[in-house]
Write a protein that binds this ligand. Sequence first.
Ligand code: GCU
Length: 661
Amino acid sequence: MSFEQAWLNYTERTSCEGADRLQNIYADVQDELMRNSVRELQLGLEGMTGRQPVLREISCNGEGNGVHFVYQAGMRKESYHLYEKDGMVTIEASDSNGILYGTFALLRQIRTKDTIAGMDIAKAPDMPLRMLNHWDNMDGSIERGYSGESFFFVENEVVVDDRTVTYARLAASVGINAVVINNVNVKDAATWLITERYLGKVRELAELFAGYGIKLFLSLNYAAPVELGELESADPLDERVKDWWKKRMEIVFGEVPGFGGFLIKADSEGRPGPFTYGRTHADGANMLAEAAAPYGGLIIWRCFVYNCQQDWRDYKTDRARSGYDNFMGLDGTFLDNVILQIKNGPMDFQVREPVHPLFGGLTKTNQMLEVQIAQEYTGQQRHLCYLIPMFQEILKFRTYVKEENDTVSDIVSGKTFGQHNCGIAAVANTGNDENWTGHDMAAANFYGFGRLAFDTKLTAEEIAGEWIAMTYGRDGQVMETLTDLLMRSWPAYEKYTCPLGIGWMVNPNFHYGPSVDGYEYSRWGTYHRADHEGLGVDRSHDGTGYALLYREPNASVYDDRNKCPDELLLFFHHMPYTWKLRSGKTVIQHIYDTHFEGVEMVDEMVERFSKLQGKLPAGPYDRMMERFTHQKEHAREWRDQINAYFWRKSGISDEKEREFY
Ligand code: GCU
């Protein structure tokens, strides 16, 4: 059995009533998207009913049972209406993208529900851009990749093969419509992706993606004119530099029809940018945007900009502030085809962070939310950590930028400011491992991210249930157990790792496993400030003032240690170990207790999982069990290092007198 099809494996016969009557497809196949929709339906129905439906001319309308693809003018972009009437299924859309999404919705219905009778589903995607950012390098390695090597690049060449097709199908099936294939840290060969050396292959890939409604984007090296040896400067206000980019864009967009545009990491962690020339991010982004505008190209500019040469002795400089401080003053100065891409939190994908204050700060700039499904700081796809509940919290966060429609979700879906260049991107978690994601259950994050971006009203449980049913079928015990495991995984991970929003107690560089002081005396601006009396970073008005970057009432809540939510307390305040949390426990007792609880949760999860032996296919079961066994041990390592550290530092004993080392 192959696991390469992930949730598109239609090997089991369906018990869904009405599916076996879908023996025809009535469609006027005009483009590749439509052709792929027909193909998906044939593949899926053949697998699930044993019979491949026959493609008929649309004019045969009504001659037999089946599925009708109908163009219906006036519907929203990429939306579909899927319904059943008298045994006939209709998918209406005003574009072929909608037909494709409707097709996947029908297959999902058949795989996860009892019947198609009376089905009536109308959906328009919530987020305009639903994007995956791959951090793949051209030598085949993947930055923060935990599931093998790149399937886009091998030995400095672009690869387009069967796996690329499966990837595009998986992505499209959950509604992804934009993909960046290369790492944001653009170096060496990747700088050449925008040149004749690679554009032929890039075009091939873009065409393949287009057939699945996916726009191809590339990460760009800001200093390309210099690094490609053509100019001496990359100053965005220099006419020669502007001209160079105009010509380059003409070539790229000319060679690659339908190309989406570029993602740029500039002046960040050593990457080049406009600061070198004393210019602003707006100067840099607008220069590129002007050059890309004639082709409808987008410039997605990242806000992950901070001083990574900090001195740990400096208590005033605050990495958390830097995104806001660098970009807030530029609000309103970016062209309309520029989008600022903002990480969910102000630091870097920790297990718990407050929402980035640029959300709700910016009011005149296109914005995208960046999350990470590659679990860099959340267990690296060896620990189970289902991130959809976290993403939902982020999307629901009220910024108070307006009286209503002010959540992060409202902002990045375009509701708040009526923008259309916006959306959500995830740093991808795939590689060339057979199961795509290393941990088989990490696929739920890939699946879930796409589904959530398309339909933000879905709950994390619903998404989990869908993914399980699609991947492993609908056995009650399998459904219940895996849903429970997924839903408990983020809370458990948070409990046995970094407490109360403080983050960062990981081994430097690799970001895996506990090291309380790993980053404490480093240049990265990531400190916990623990001493014998307490810990946490003072970001209140007395400290770095970060808390005041939020709109009211958020600012006052975060600024006040009596009002700040427990889970973020140490992010915002330096607190004594003896401080009583709202839960009634002291900070130190909370640390001890949660670390024991986290480990107990993992033990229970693994115990529950072991009952699925024989119920899940052997391959995935064994692979998962291997990872769970490691997680069990590794959670103990976390617990014991964190507890021992704070016990020694504080000298306060555990009320429950458990064993510390
Ligand atoms: C993190 C990560 C880096 C990455 C960076 C980014 O710091 O560790 O590998 O390059 O984020 O988002 O640009």
